[in-house]
Unconditional design. Sequence first.
Length: 216
Amino acid sequence: MFTGIVEELGEVKTIKLQANSALLTIKATKILSDLAVGDSIAVNGVCLTVVNHTATAFTADVMGETLAKSTLGDLTSGSKVNLERALQLTTRLGGHLVSGHIDGTGHIKRSIKSGIAESIEIITSLSILKLIIPKGSIAIDGISLTVVDVTEHSFTVALIPHTFQATTLGFKGQGELVNLENDLIGKYVLHLLDHTHTNRPNSNIDLNFLSKHGFA
């Protein structure tokens, strides 16, 4: 598990694409201080397992499913990536609970400066949008962000200057792809509702019930 609070920007050293997988080596500094083989690292929001590391870089395998569902296959040597080590029980939960399992991608429609904030609108699929609510949480390239607004085709988040400067969103422009992970609790609630309606058609549990009792 992760919190969506990026620890540092890493840089892709090499990416070796194979038939249905890839081997990714990333240069880093801060996160290498206590890194061990088998540790989990979120790379642009994707949970990867460290298979090797040196004093200046680490290597991870990327499965075909991950390449298909995320933007990792588009990385090239020199690409900047967001990095976060796995959550510890003593860590402050500054963002929200992030699993590192990407639900899909979206592309940046526009970025607008608004006071000190940078407002970014992202277009994505209905399957992802239906789990996004205003003032709710979403992870974009592994960054925990608060949703400002949601439309039929897109959603908007606002970044403070620190987030814009310290993450990949400061480098990305119109049309570029980003990894998206919906809020974990929302996914479980939707699954429960679907299961309830399928197997217990006379159940009184619905969105109004959950909202009335503080669950939605």
